[in-house]
Every structure is written in structure tokens, then in C-alpha cells.
Design a protein around this ligand. Structure first.
Ligand SMILES: Cc1ncc(COP(=O)(O)O)c(C=O)c1O
Length: 367
């Protein structure tokens, strides 16, 4: 059998950056700025510029940034936040962490993202905010959801954890609502050598309070203005992210090219392929195809040495952790069908054209 094709080839990415990463990590070892420090400050400036936002606050994970976003908006017990059931669980954790209730609305079949019409129907007098996700790196329908948010006086938080550099009508996502949160988990388009996240906003007051909340609610050492958290970004992660950010533009182009090749080669198969909406440029974090025989296709690819994954096999409203919310199967049919049919194919800058050819040949053989 030919060489296996991993679902994600992090070792190849790290090899390609190794001298620069070694130098960046050595610099942190020399200056001993392990918690925040100059490399985190520099990365915050550079990432804000990349996103075209005024403020970026580094966190120790995307989950922490989302949690703090809820606190900044004053979301708490008795409040509801509308979000998608078809996302990574950290989106709704943020809502649960502050004692509020995640209220799910179904997604659009074409983009896997929150359906604006259904968002509007989910609003109640207790709704405080809407938190859609740019899932797989594809922007959600921002204008439609922003219009509802403005009309109903609700805050909009973007979960941009998967969408570094994606654009909506030419604007970089992450600056379209009150604030946005990014993840730098190692598997993301921009990933740390460990955990990392950021809160991005154009609002100086939100940024200042986020800086305090990530550091025990403190701006002056050993004086605490409010109950805070230890959510600081590590110095080493700031240094590593600074190295990787320089490559992000070039990586994004390669991801686009890979998506285009997949879409051309797979157009003759019965798979439902991901397509960009007219308003969107996806970050192509994932390339997710759909078919009713998804499980068989996955077994076929696995057996032939091609890694693939499921994002996500069970929507959040059917997860055990949310049983108390009282949802049942059938409540969000579009999300439930997507969960049964989705299959994420390998997509990363190091994937070669030959590997894509082999993957698509295997898929054609399956059908
Ligand atoms: C959509 C989404 N939201 C939130 C997160 C949480 O980010 P982290 O893993 O950095 O805490 C992730 C990634 O893991 C994600 O994919």
C-alpha cells in the first residue's frame, strides 16, 4: 500500500518552521517571560493588524476568550444566548459557564451555519446575545444576523475559532460584531505549540476589561477589581504564534487551492461538496463533504490509509451534558442530517497535489 495520508500533518508543518520556532522558543527561555510578556504583546499587535481590528487580547485558549466575552456582555443566570447546535462544544460552554442558557437554532444546509430566519424565531424576552460560528472557516450570513441583532437590541459575538483570515463581503471576519474569539489550538489554521486563544474587538473598554479578567481581575499587581481568572497566554505561545502568523497568508492561499482541486476532481461524484456563498471567502479550515453512505466511505478511506474525521458526529442539543435543556431528536433536522452525512477530508498546506489525486481516486472508486 502507498504511504498513508494523515488527516492532519502537524509534524510536516513543524519541520518546515523548525529553525524559526527554535529561535523563538529560545528567546523566551532567555528572557523568561513565560506568562504574557513581550512576544505576546507583539503577537497581539500583529494579529489585530491581520484581522484589521483595533484590539487583540491573548488568552490561554479560545474557550477562555469565549467565556470572558460572555462576562463582558453581562450575560448571566436567567439570560439566553442563541447559538448553533452544530459546532464544537466550547461555543456553548461559554454560555453555560456564566449560568446562562444556550438556546439552539437550526443551521442552513448549504453553509452548515446558523439560519438567520430561525435565529429570529428563537428570540425571547430573556435573549441577551447571538453567538454564531464561522464553521469550518466559512463566514455565516453576517448582515442578516446583524440586522436582527440591531433591531432586537442584542449583542453579536462571532465565534471565529476556525476562521482566521476568512472574509465576509471583503471584510475580515472577527470585526463584524461586538467582539470575536479565535482559537490557536494546534490543529487550527493558526495554531500554537500548545493552547492559545484571543478576544478581538474594536471597543477599547471591552479590551481593557478583558485584559484585567484574564489576569485575576487585576490591573495593578495584588489589587483585584473583580473576580477574575488565570487565562493568560503563555510567552512561548506568543513567540510561536508570531512565527506562524508570518506564514498564514501563504497557507491560506494553499488551502484555497486545495479546496478548488478537490471540488473539481470530486464534481463527478454523488458527494455534496462545500461551496462558498456569494458573500464569503472561506478560510477552508475544513473541507467537509456529505453523503448518506458517509460511514461506509470513511471505512473505505481509513482502510486505504487516508485519514478523515467527523465534525461533528452528534449535535450539541442531543449531547448528554445538555439533557437538562429538554431538546429531543428531530428538533434541528438540518443539523442532525449534517451530523449523519459529514466527512472531513484532509486539508492542510503541506498536502500535495498527488495526495489529493489519490484521495479523490479512492473516493471515485468507492462510488
Ligand atoms: C468553533 C470553536 N469554538 C471554540 C473552540 C475552542 O477553542 P480552544 O480549543 O482553543 O479552547 C474551538 C476549537 O477548539 C472551535 O472549533
Amino acid at each position: 500500500m502507498s504511504e498513508p495520508i494523515p488527516y492532519f500533518d502537524l509534524p510536516a508543518q513543524i519541520r518546515s518552521l523548525r529553525p524559526d520556532l527554535d529561535a523563538a522558543i529560545a528567546r523566551t527561555l532567555d528572557n523568561c517571560s513565560f506568562c504574557l510578556g513581550p512576544d505576546v504583546v507583539q503577537f497581539e499587535k500583529d494579529f489585530a493588524k491581520y484581522i484589521s481590528a483595533e484590539h487583540c487580547v491573548g488568552f490561554n485558549s479560545g474557550t477562555s476568550a469565549l467565556h470572558v466575552a460572555m462576562i463582558l456582555l453581562g450575560v448571566g443566570p436567567g439570560d439566553e444566548v442563541i447559538t448553533t447546535p452544530y459546532t464544537f462544544v466550547a461555543t456553548s460552554w461559554a454560555i453555560s459557564y456564566v449560568g446562562a442558557k444556550p438556546v439552539f437554532a437550526d443551521i442552513e444546509d448549504a453553509t452548515f451555519n446558523l439560519d438567520p430566519k430561525l435565529v429570529e424565531r428563537a428570540i425571547t424576552p430573556r435573549t441577551k446575545a447571538i453567538m454564531p460560528v464561522h464553521l469550518y472557516g466559512h463566514p455565516f450570513d453576517v448582515d442578516s444576523i446583524l440586522e436582527i441583532a440591531r433591531r432586537k437590541k442584542l449583542a453579536l459575538v462571532e465565534d471565529a475559532a476556525q476562521a482566521h483570515g476568512a472574509t465576509y463581503k471583503g471584510k475580515t471576519v472577527g470585526t463584524l460584531g461586538a467582539m470575536s474569539c479565535f482559537s490557536f489550538y494546534p490543529g487550527k489554521n493558526l495554531g500554537a505549540c500548545g493552547e492559545g486563544g484571543a478576544l478581538v474587538t474594536n471597543n477599547a473598554a471591552y479590551a481593557a476589561r478583558a485584559r484585567s479578567l484574564r489576569e485575576h481581575g487585576s490591573t495593578v499587581r495584588y489589587y483585584y477589581d473583580e473576580v477574575g481568572y488565570n487565562y493568560r497566554m503563555e510567552g512561548i505561545q506568543g513567540a510561536v504564534l508570531g512565527v506562524k502568523l508570518k506564514r498564514l497568508g501563504q497557507w491560506a492561499e494553499r488551502r484555497r487551492a486545495i479546496a478548488k482541486i478537490y471540488s473539481e476532481l470530486l464534481s463527478v461524484t454523488p458527494l455534496q461538496l462545500p461551496r462558498e456563498a456569494a458573500y464569503a471567502q472561506s478560510a477552508w479550515h475544513l473541507y467537509v463533504v456529505r453523503h448518506a453512505r458517509r460511514d461506509e466511505l470513511k471505512i473505505h478511506l481509513d482502510a486505504n490509509g487516508v485519514g478523515c474525521a467527523l465534525h461533528y458526529p452528534l449535535p450539541l442539543h442531543l449531547q448528554k451534558c445538555y439533557a437538562s435543556l429538554g431538546y429531543k431528536a428531530g428538533d434541528f433536522p438540518v443539523a442532525e442530517k449534517a451530523a449523519r452525512e459529514c466527512l472531513s477530508l484532509p486539508i492542510y498546506p503541506e498536502l500535495t497535489d498527488q495526495q489529493i489525486q489519490r484521495i479523490t481516486d479512492l473516493i471515485k472508486r468507492f462510488f
